[in-house]
Design a protein around this ligand. Structure first.
Ligand code: ATP
Length: 214
């Protein structure tokens, strides 16, 4: 009989989401340093789009050869330009990719849980965790929220984005309130980096801390 990875109390799976520039990557890096196994949805997306990936053929069939580069690989930038110009195309892309991404993530969760010495927690790091329904893979969800003002100034400092560009990107996403409504924990990131890291360390301790004595 194959091992049932979810049998009993498997390693907890924490979904991590948050708005653009809110600090999700900073949180996810810290959780990895603390010992979490982090599954990065962006990397999983790259894997399903690769020439040997599950979505490759369907994408080429749907969007044509113009999304391919000289080597026959999907050029993610061309694909992005194509789908963001037309909401129906973005929906089609999501419909093709997201189920394959969910399967890959579920398989990785099962494989990590089945290790002889699993990590204390698994983190699914995904900006579109709720939109894609991947919260279903998770035992709980943490969301990182920063005020628009903080997110905008961080995006300006990190990516050199203008105020207008940053606002357009923020407005195109689910609001903090929507994500917070579905999350079990909200990580507010309106203070210093040190305060954020201390909060994550505290939450990690609560999540994986030693079980109470009998
Ligand atoms: P994106 O979705 O755009 O990738 P993100 O939510 O993953 O954004 P990060 O990359 O973690 O955001 O943070 C954006 C920038 O802000 C980074 O350069 C990060 O170092 C910085 N940053 C995050 N939190 C703080 C903070 N509390 N104080 C100062 N700088 C911060």
């Amino acid at each position: 009989m194959p091992p049932n990875a979810t049998e009993g109390h498997g390693t907890p799976v924490i979904g991590l989401t948050g708005g653009i520039g809110a600090g999700k990557t900073t949180v996810s890096r810290r959780l990895a340093e603390l010992g979490a196994h982090v599954i990065d949805a962006d990397s999983v997306g790259h894997q399903v789009l690769a020439p040997d990936g599950e979505a490759y053929e369907d994408i080429v069939r749907r969007f044509g050869k113009e999304v391919l580069d000289g080597d026959g690989a999907i050029d993610r930038q061309s694909l992005g330009t194509l789908v963001f110009a037309e909401p129906r195309r973005l929906k089609a892309l999501n419909r093709i990719m997201q189920p394959h991404m969910a399967s890959r993530m579920a398989a990785e969760i099962a494989a990590v849980r089945a290790r002889p010495e699993p990590p204390p927690a698994i983190v699914v790091d995904a900006a579109i965790l709720f939109e894609a329904g991947w919260d279903q893979l998770c035992d709980r969800v943490w969301t990182v929220s920063a005020s628009t003002q903080f997110a905008m100034s961080r995006l300006a400092a990190r990516d050199g984005m203008s105020q207008d560009q940053a606002r357009a990107r923020i407005d195109a996403q689910w609001s903090n309130a929507a994500r917070e409504g579905g999350a079990d924990r909200v990580i507010r990131n309106d203070g210093t980096l040190e305060a954020l890291l201390a909060e994550i360390d505290r939450m990690w301790g609560e999540e994986v801390g030693a079980p109470p004595a009998e």
